[in-house]
Design a protein around this ligand. Sequence first.
Ligand code: GLN
Length: 478
Amino acid sequence: MALYTLGAGHVAAGIKSREFSAEEYVCQLLERIEKVEPKVNAFVTVSKEALERARAIDKMIRDGEQTGPLAGVAVSIKDNICTKGIRTTCASKMLELYVPPYDATVVKRLQDAGAIVIGKANLDEFAMGSTTEFSRHGTTRNPWDISRVPGGSSGGSAASVAALECTISLGSDTGGSVRCPASFCSAVGLKPTYGLISRYGLVSYANSLEQIGPVGRTVSDVVSALNAIAGTDENDHTTAGGKPAYSLQERKGLRVGLVKEFIEGADLAVAKVINKAVDTLAGQGCRCEEASLASVQYALPSYYTIATAEASSNLARYDNVRYGFDLSPEGYEWNSYFAKARSNFGEEVKRRIIVGSYVLSSGYYGKYYLKAQQVRSLLKRELKALFKKYDVLIGPTMPILPFKIGEKVDNPLKMYLVDIDTVVANLAGMPAMSVPAGFADGLPVGLQIMADEFQEQTMLVAAHLFEQAAKMQRSPEL
Ligand code: GLN
């Protein structure tokens, strides 16, 4: 049996009942990784300890010890999330030698639930990008068409899940980085409410916007991961929500608002698939109507102002002294040393540091940064009003189909535009997820579902309902 195709629930149940061993399952995954990685390049590092850990779990089960709900389930972790003893590079030269002395809270919680870290997933440098082309470890390729981008910045996470190289993955989503690659790779990806998942051990890009989020092949797998990692963490005082437990319940008569600005801005091929998704939901008894989110027109400039401002401040710590790749500073004068060291950031990261420093500089702060924060409040107010009328808002996750590698890499503005539908949820701190909606020209299209703060359960109900009705599950040929 191809164990690597199974969902998390089946894997854990099969291992616990000793229908198959964690070792067999992990061995199959490692073979699969060896076979498809030359094409997909989803991993920065494949863990050497995964097999040992699988054997330890098998032993626990043989000895009759208690194992968690994710016993033996293999996960990949975006390489900007700290893993004790496994290098965490952020796909940057700056951190190429960094081996964290601790696990991020999410990693610890997954492992406590029995999961096995099978490797670290590729990303755009410091999670800045929408295609996973800005990585020191090469571009990740879309498993559905390897001439195309997998989306980003958690491209390795979504590609590794879609290419059946692991069962679940964790990514991070500052402006769409979990949902965009989930959409492009036909996976399920969720960004939670701000504060629902601990950021302890996530390398910061833009703290006020970002959250860690799970990627899986089904809503059920995403729920399993979410249940393991969500909830308050004493190491991150921005967390809230106690210890939630989500499930795949059913609910009748969901009120669904289709955001008209999202549909109007989408390519025809994408809009067609989304309109069909609306019919599917209506066929399941949802009350669907058009909704308008007028201030979405200000979302992108606001997002890129705030994100770059926070990035410029966060990245100031990479001076090649506290973290670095060449720790022999002899012979340099202070200023030239730092300038030389920091010239090792990639193009996109440098661009963000420069823009971010500019919007925060005296005289411009009020003009840009403050305005951006005002837009943020406006968007949130508008969304709050909509969520009085609707349980969920929907639209395309991405306005376009996965495009060719190299197509937008030299044009930053064109690249930023693809984030139009995803940044809204980050600015408002609200949950949003992408579920596979269909294919256009053989390429995946994702349906985005958004909900009010801490209404993940409602969002998951809608996602599961759609998933069951749309019956879209299939895997790429690799
Ligand atoms: N594409 C967006 C950016 O580059 C989002 C990135 C992210 O969510 N990490 O900022």
